[in-house]
Design a protein around this ligand. Structure first.
Ligand code: NDP
Ligand code: 8X3
Length: 253
């Protein structure tokens, strides 16, 4: 049976890499993000390489509760059996001491990383194919395991993801839905560019002198996690570049 994976934030970075890795493995893909043009390009590229899979894309801002409910409710019937939900859409905005923090940045992080994950999960859980294997994978972070200078609100949102992952595992236990948190350290994606509001130079410096993880490294880890036998669940997986010991201690060459 071909399984269906729903990936939020598939237009870039880890989400896009998940789509690429899982397409190669023959999964059908439900992909969403705000930038529909990026998803269209990704869909065309993947279908040209893997013509036997099916891909459905749609525009979604996970912060909009009504839009999330309507878009997921309105999915074509064939897409209403979901095996794996990858709650990946997320972002960091700003890296300032809390006393200088920007309220707009705080709202965007809280609305996307916490409330967006909740809205999507609430709509997708009733569609999960528990008879054939159902799994929710939440993108946490090293920032959900420790707090680093100026990381304040972003770290708080990822600590919330950590708590929600544990809570989901308890509440969904009797429904047979596996729940896993994947917690990466530094992954070179558009993450830092978004964190620094489009300042590419500053974003590039984050990865200077260090071999960061790639989106593909994370996607391959997620593939491993979702292909364990039915009786095995990986609760939580912290994955770091070899050159990174903690959120801020990095061996740069
Ligand atoms: P990218 O910026 O490359 O990708 C983020 C994705 O999230 C994009 O596809 C973006 O799509 C989507 N997204 C952002 N806001 C929304 C929204 N409101 N509605 C729908 N989609 C949205 O970053 P990463 O790939 O690195 O980040 C993916 C996840 O991994 C995030 O949750 C992040 O916190 C986490 N993470 C990243 C790490 C890193 O070092 N890069 C380390 C640990 C965790 P669009 O803009 O088109 O909507
Ligand atoms: C992203 C990794 O260390 O920038 O979650 O917070 S970090």
């Amino acid at each position: 049976m071909t399984k269906t994976v729903f990936i939020t934030g598939a237009s870039s970075g880890i989400g896009q890499a998940c789509a690429e890795v899982l397409a190669k493995e023959g999964y059908n893909l439900l992909l969403c993000a705000r930038r529909l043009n990026r998803l269209e390009e990704l869909k065309d590229t993947l279908l040209a390489t893997y013509p036997t899979i099916q891909i459905h894309i749609f525009e979604l801002d996970v912060r909009d509760a009504e839009q999330v409910a309507n878009q997921i409710e309105g999915l074509p019937p064939a897409w209403k059996k979901i095996n794996v939900l990858i709650n990946n859409a997320g972002l960091s905005q700003g890296l300032d001491p809390i006393q200088n923090g920007d309220i707009g940045d705080w709202d965007r992080m809280i609305d996307t990383n916490i409330k967006g994950l909740l809205y999507v999960s609430k709509s997708v859980i009733p569609l999960m194919d528990t008879e054939n294997g159902a799994h929710i994978v939440n993108l946490g972070s090293i920032a959900g395991k420790e707090v680093y200078p100026n990381g304040n609100v972003y770290c708080a949102t990822k600590h919330a993801v950590d708590a929600l992952t544990k809570a989901m595992r308890i509440d969904l236990l009797t429904q047979g839905i596996k729940v896993t948190s994947i917690d990466p350290g530094m992954v070179e994606t558009e993450f830092s560019e978004v964190r620094f509001h489009g300042d590419r130079e500053r974003a590039k410096n984050v990865y200077n002198g260090v071999q960061a993880l790639t989106g593909k490294d994370i996607a391959e880890t997620i593939l491993f996690v979702i292909t364990r036998p039915a009786h095995v669940n990986i609760n939580d997986l912290l994955i770091m570049p070899t050159a990174q010991a903690t959120g801020t201690i990095v061996n740069r060459k």
